[in-house]
Design a protein around this ligand. Structure first.
Ligand code: SAM
Length: 282
């Protein structure tokens, strides 16, 4: 095997690595915030890598983008105003805008270069960027939430990189307090929460920080994502008030296509594994 034909993300702390066979490197640059690479792979389409970590591939991004969006949107009774913190590849924005109830969706990514590269190498993820309901901001999501007015958003989706570098503060109590302040009464925060197999401690710290900030009603949902370490990823939903019931009938009648998400997947993703129930008893 010629190592130059493979992209490998190593996770030394877990003793694991994941590789994709590549055809060619399409682009690399150091932006003001992070090192960005784009590869053309043999079997997964294009691949975006940030600071050595896999972010998005053409072939499997639907798991992540659908599961970080639709469960929260079909849990909120009437989501109209949505913010996506991070999410610069625009795939989450595209999923959010599939919901007719959404009147305004703002994507707030610190790094404009991620979006400009996604427009070139992942045009299908950017197909809703010109929707009149969409707004793209290129600033720090921590500042955006801090400066926001109370009761100004129904759903905040944190679609960030891992909790290092510019994303570190997106996993902290101060950020969650600011989210609490700008969420509406039945508002929902949903955040990618890494792997329950590899990062249980991080999930615990995140849930504690959310609770301390007043977002004490929580659900963690699980989905496959072969590109990410362990291949098994999670998102955590948190809210001030008791979470509303899943709008199952609306989901059955959803006026848009998905590749993975549906009512059965919604319910199955919320089933809690035994070790997770022990770690986080209700
Ligand atoms: N699906 C990916 C994952 O779980 O690894 C996340 C993809 S998305 C490309 C992550 C985005 O978070 C990047 O574009 C990065 O620029 C953005 N980001 C990191 N820290 C941020 C911050 N403080 N404010 C806004 N965006 C941030």
């Amino acid at each position: 095997m010629n190592p130059s034909e493979w992209f490998t993300e190593q996770v030394p702390s877990a003793g694991t690595a994941f590789s994709l066979k590549i055809k060619q490197k399409l682009h690399e640059e150091q932006s003001d915030f992070q090192f960005l690479e784009i590869y053309e792979t043999e079997t997964f389409g294009n691949l975006m890598v940030i600071d050595g970590c896999t972010m998005v591939s053409t072939r499997d991004n639907f798991f992540y983008h659908e599961m970080i969006s639709h469960p929260a949107l079909y849990t909120h009774p009437n989501p109209k105003r949505v913010w996506i913190i991070g999410g610069g590849d625009c795939g989450t924005l595209r999923e959010v805008l599939k919901h007719p109830s959404v009147e305004h969706a703002v994507q707030i990514d610190i790094d404009e270069r991620v979006t400009r590269l996604a427009e070139i190498y992942f045009p299908e993820l950017c197909e809703s960027n010109n929707d009149p309901r969409a707004e793209l901001k290129f600033i720090d999501g921590i500042k955006w939430v801090k400066d926001a007015a109370p009761n100004s958003v129904d759903i905040i989706i944190v679609d960030s990189t891992d909790p290092i570098g510019p994303a570190e503060g997106l996993f902290g109590e101060a950020f969650y307090r600011d989210c609490f302040n700008c969420l509406s009464e039945n508002g929902i925060l949903v955040q990618q929460s890494e792997s329950a197999l590899l990062h249980l401690k991080l999930i615990g710290e995140m849930r504690d920080a959310m609770s301390n900030a007043g977002l004490s009603h929580q659900q963690t949902l699980f989905f496959p994502q072969c590109l990410y370490p362990s291949g098994w990823w999670s998102a955590t939903i948190a809210s001030k008030a008791e979470l509303s019931a899943f709008r199952e009938q609306d989901c059955v009648n959803k006026p848009f296509d998905t590749v993975y998400y549906n009512t059965d997947i919604h319910k199955a993703s919320l089933a809690q594994p035994e070790f997770f129930k022990k770690a986080f008893p209700l």
